[in-house]
Design a binder for this molecule. Sequence first.
Ligand SMILES: [Zn+2]
Ligand SMILES: [Zn+2]
Length: 282
Amino acid sequence: MTVTSRLILLGTGVPTPNLQRGSASSGIILDDEVILVDCGHGTVHSLIKAGEDPLRIRNVFFTHHHFDHDVDFPYFMLTGWIMGRSKPVEVYGPKGTVEFTESIFKTFNIDISCRLETGIQTKDGLDIRAHDIDEDFSIGGEKWRVTCKRVEHLKQLGNFTLGYRFDMNDGSSVAFSGDTLPCDAVVELARDVDVLVHECFFSPEFEETGLVQDRKKKHPKLPFIHTGAKEVGAIARRAGAKKLVLTHLWSEKKLDELERRVRSEYDGKILIGYDGMALNLR
Ligand SMILES: [Zn+2]
Ligand SMILES: [Zn+2]
C-alpha cells in the first residue's frame, strides 16, 4: 500500500526557553500513524496545533537523553493515557531509554496510583515497550523501515547518541542527525536521502559576546558537541541530500547569514526550520 509521507517539525529550539520554539522533536506523518523522533518541550501541544492526534503515535525514537529531547515524554504518555490511548507505545533509543521510561512510573506514582485506585483509569494506555538500541539496529513494518548510527555527541558519557534514517514504502526517505559534531556517520546515514534534518549551531549573539570561547577557557574539559552552519552544508553535500532542513536553532537573528554560510557548501534546497513546518518528503 502506498502512503503519503510528510515531515513535521514539532520543536526546533534548544535547551534554553524560547517562546517561538519548543525543544527538539519531529514527526513523520504517514496515512494513519505518526512516528515521533525526540520529544522535547512542547511536543504534545505542537502536535495538536498542527491538527495531529497524539494518540496516533505508536512509535517513539529518541536520539539521546539530553532533556531538550525527552522532557515532554512523560506529558505525552500521561495525557495520552487520560485521553484514551488503547495500544502500547514502542519506544526506542540509545542506552538509558528503558531506565528513562521506567522512571515515569516512580515520578508520577501518586497521580497514577490515585487514578487507578479510583477506577477512573485502567492500566490500558500506559503500556510502554522500551528498547535500548545501538547502531545498525533496524526495524520496520509495511510502511517504513528505520536504521540508525551512533553520532558524535555525549562522548564523555560513552557517546550514546543515535542518528536515524527512515525509508518509506513510497520510496521517500528522511534522516535525522540528532545532536552531533560533524561526522561521517550522518553522511552515510543520509546518503541520497530526500530530506536531511540536521542540527545547526549558529548564534550571532554568541559570536558577538565570545560566550563559547569564554566557556572553553573556563572549562577546558568541556567538549564542543554541535555542528556549525558551514559544516552542516558540507555534510548535506557529501551525503547527496536533496533537501536540508536546519533545526536545533539557537537564535532568531541573521537567518540570512545562516543560510549564506550553509549555501557556501551546499547547493540543494535549504529550509530554516520553525515549529509547525510541514513538508512532503517527495
Ligand atoms: Zn544534546
Ligand atoms: Zn539538543
